[in-house]
Design a protein around this ligand. Structure first.
Ligand code: NAD
Length: 287
């Protein structure tokens, strides 16, 4: 039976640590860290994410500002709003909630955020710094995964790690971070030919695909570490909501073979918001 990598519990510990640091600032009459979250339009999932980010800020004493913009805003106006926040001394971190409505240029908008305030770590300058091993803002989900592994004393150096998924927000950066910690990293994706074989040889498996129960329990090597980033909603008539959240991995079967495993929900998910607060505190301390 695997040891559960409990992201819910660890994220609470980290939030308490952040609250202590924030209190030290305010006790010294210094400004608390400030996070601005820009949301464009009415995407219901984005609204839920923004509201949980605001709650987490409030719980740790981080100042938060929600900038809600109209669905039809022009690119120029959006950049103008970002520039206002770039100049605002109360704001240390700026997060642009994705996805943006289709008429907007996401890359250009992310590039408009000052790299020193880019707490999501999506600005090309910060992406580049991550790849060459310089201190930077590490994207929150991969940063949360590394924190979960390290604080549970999971050995990374010399291990074979297989990352499934090559997105800019999860797959690529977690690959870079595992390599930095001296794992031998394979990044698999939708065109990979022999995925079950690759996973069967992996000491560490990170799945970031977005397909329920895609990774089969019998692909998992005995004693492997399994990190399931996927969040998938599946029908569940027994739940009051009519659905439940599951990961990418067949959890019950994988748990029998793994040495460590993250549950969904309660694994990687809660760590992401804790890391956003951590990056916002970092941006404040860098000033
Ligand atoms: P994405 O859609 O950008 O990327 C998915 C990746 O999966 C792609 O790189 C694709 O090549 C790969 N893929 C698709 N089909 C595949 C197949 N058959 N075999 C191998 N690879 C395949 O998704 P993302 O933004 O990286 O998110 C992935 C999952 O993680 C989603 O379920 C998302 O909801 C979840 N997620 C969770 C958190 C969190 O905080 N826990 C954060 C971000 C994303």
């Amino acid at each position: 039976m695997a040891i559960i990598l409990d992201g819910k519990k660890l994220s609470e510990t980290i939030k308490q640590e952040i609250a202590v640091e924030v209190k030290k600032l305010t006790d010294s009459s210094l400004l608390s860290p400030g996070l601005a979250v820009i949301i464009v339009g009415n995407n219901p999932a984005s609204k839920v994410y923004v509201s949980s980010k605001k709650k987490a800020c409030a719980a740790t004493g981080v100042f938060s500002l929600e900038v809600a913009l109209d669905e039809n805003i022009s690119q120029e106006k959006l950049i103008e709003e970002i520039n206002k926040l770039n100049k605002d001394d109360r704001i240390n971190g700026i997060l642009l909630q994705l996805p943006l409505p289709k008429h907007l240029d996401e890359h250009a908008a992310l590039e408009a955020i000052k790299p020193e305030k880019d707490v999501d770590g999506f600005h090309p300058i910060n992406v580049g710094k991550l790849y060459i091993g310089l201190d930077t803002f590490v994207p929150c989900t991969p940063k949360g995964i590394m924190e979960l592994l390290k604080r549970n004393n999971v050995q990374i150096a010399g291990k074979n790690a297989v990352v499934i998924g090559r997105s800019n927000i999860v797959g690529k950066p977690i690959g870079a971070l595992l390599m930095k910690e001296n794992a031998t990293v394979t990044i698999a994706h939708s065109k990979t030919q022999n995925l079950p074989e690759l996973v069967k040889n992996a000491d560490i498996v990170v799945s970031a695909i977005g397909k329920p129960k895609f990774v089969k329990g019998d692909w998992i090597k005995d004693g492997a570490v399994v990190v399931d980033v996927g969040i998938n909603s599946v029908d569940d008539p027994s739940s009051p909501k009519g659905y439940k959240l599951v990961g990418d991995v067949e959890y019950e079967e994988a748990e029998k073979k793994a040495s460590y495993i993250t549950p969904v929900p309660g694994g990687v998910g809660p760590m992401t918001i804790a890391m956003l607060l951590s990056n916002t505190l970092k941006a404040r301390m860098n000033k």
